[in-house]
Each structure stands twice: as C-alpha cells, then as structure tokens.
Design a protein around this ligand. Structure first.
Ligand code: GLN
Length: 228
C-alpha cells in the first residue's frame, strides 16, 4: 500500500520466508523472529503502525509484493538486476556472500565445484550461482536452505551453496557433520524490497535504515540472533 494508506490502516505488512536464520526463522512461540523481523518492527514503530508478517516460500515473495499482498519484503534478499526490473530496493542494510557447506572431511573444495551435485534454495542467489557460474553435475532445488542442508547430511548431494550466516547456522546445528568452507563465492547486498512507484514508503524505509545502521542496531541484532 502507499504510505498514507498504511498510516490510515495502522498496519505495515512484511512478506518473508521464515526459514533463513539468523535473518528470519520460527521462534519458540511459533511466530517469525530474527534480524529482519526486528528491523521491520523498528520501521513500523517509526511509522506509528503495527507490523503484520506473512510467511511464504522465498520464490513467491516478489510476485506477492507485486500483487499487493504486502508492503515490504525483508528476507535477506540480495539486490539483483533481474529483481530490480520488478521491484524497488532500499539501501543496503547487510553485506553478505555465498558460501559452500560440505560434509566434514569430504575434501570438497570451493574451487572445484564442477561435476558435483549441489543443493540450493530455489530462486536464490545460491541457485543462480550453482546454475550459471559453475558446471554442476546436477542442481537440487529446495524450498528452504534448511532442507538443502538436510539433503547434504543424508548424502543426496556433495555441497550446499547458500548465504554466509545461514550457512554458519546450518553447520552449527549439524553436530559436526557439516562444515562451511572459508571462501566467499560472491559479494552481495541485502536490501528491503518495496513495490515500484511507492516512493514515499521507500523514503521512509531508507530513513529508518539510516538510523538502525548508524546506531549499530543492525549489527547488534545479527549477534543476538546468531546466538539463539
Ligand atoms: N540472499 C539470497 C537471495 O536473495 C537468499 C535469500 C533467502 O534465501 N532468504 O536470493
């Protein structure tokens, strides 16, 4: 919705995929939690409205935003030219990169991914890398990075390509079965997506982000949700 309509309704609707810790995951109360949830709550507070969260598959987020099912996407979403044709992005609020998760001791290296079976989350920058930048034997596409991690644990693939902090979380929860290789494959910027032609909302989002970045809130939220 437009900014005046959001204020009138008293409600800001965030679209996300709550299977991407530390940025968004299902908390103990079965409600979405994470860095992005708290960033969106701060934006809603600045606007003087309530935050509502709609959880869906990552690959449906952009079309749902375009269809007016929400006002913003916060989903650890990377700015990409093909996405910029469909939505507008705020300024960057987190820097990230794609990393490789392997089975501990398997000897797979980040320089030799050609010919391997790679698991990814569908329609993410990890999927784009596995599909376009290497010659994988096969790319297994899952609805969430956590499912891709399970495929690796159960021997269905040789590696997972996924964003840095979610990779660290998946490895940390694997009881030593999985490890993250130290090499960054890409350089990426996370930003908040809003519908095109919604300049007032975009400006308000950027103003809130300026504060949250400058006062260290975003960095603190990352530390907090990596520890959970
Ligand atoms: N940063 C990646 C992307 O934008 C992954 C995001 C995610 O899986 N939530 O495609």
């Amino acid at each position: 919705a437009k900014l005046d309509a959001i204020k009138k309704a008293g409600k800001l609707v965030m679209l996300t995929n709550a299977a991407f810790p530390p940025f968004e995951y299902m908390g103990n109360d079965n409600k979405p939690a994470g860095v992005d949830v708290e960033v969106a709550q701060a934006i809603a507070k600045d606007l003087g409205v309530e935050l509502e969260i709609v959880n869906m598959d990552f690959d449906l987020l952009i079309e749902s935003l375009k269809a007016g099912k929400g006002d913003l996407i916060l989903a650890g979403m990377t700015i990409k030219p093909e996405r910029l044709e469909q939505v507008d992005f705020s300024k960057e609020y987190v820097k990230s990169a794609q990393y490789v998760i392997i089975k501990s001791g398997s000897g797979v290296t980040a320089d030799k991914l050609d010919g391997l079976t790679i698991a990814v989350q569908q329609d993410t920058t990890g999927d784009f890398y596995a599909t376009d930048d290497i010659k994988a034997k096969e790319v297994l596409r899952f609805k969430s990075g956590i499912e891709a991690g399970s495929a690796l644990s159960s021997g269905k693939c040789d590696a997972v390509i996924i964003d840095k902090l979610p990779a660290e979380k998946i490895a940390a929860n694997s009881s030593g079965k999985l490890e993250v290789l130290p090499k960054a494959l890409t350089e990426e910027s996370y930003a908040i997506a809003v519908a095109k032609e919604n300049k007032d909302l975009l400006e308000a989002v950027n103003a809130s982000l300026d504060k949250l970045i400058a006062d260290g809130t975003v960095d603190k939220l990352i530390v907090k949700h990596m520890e959970i």
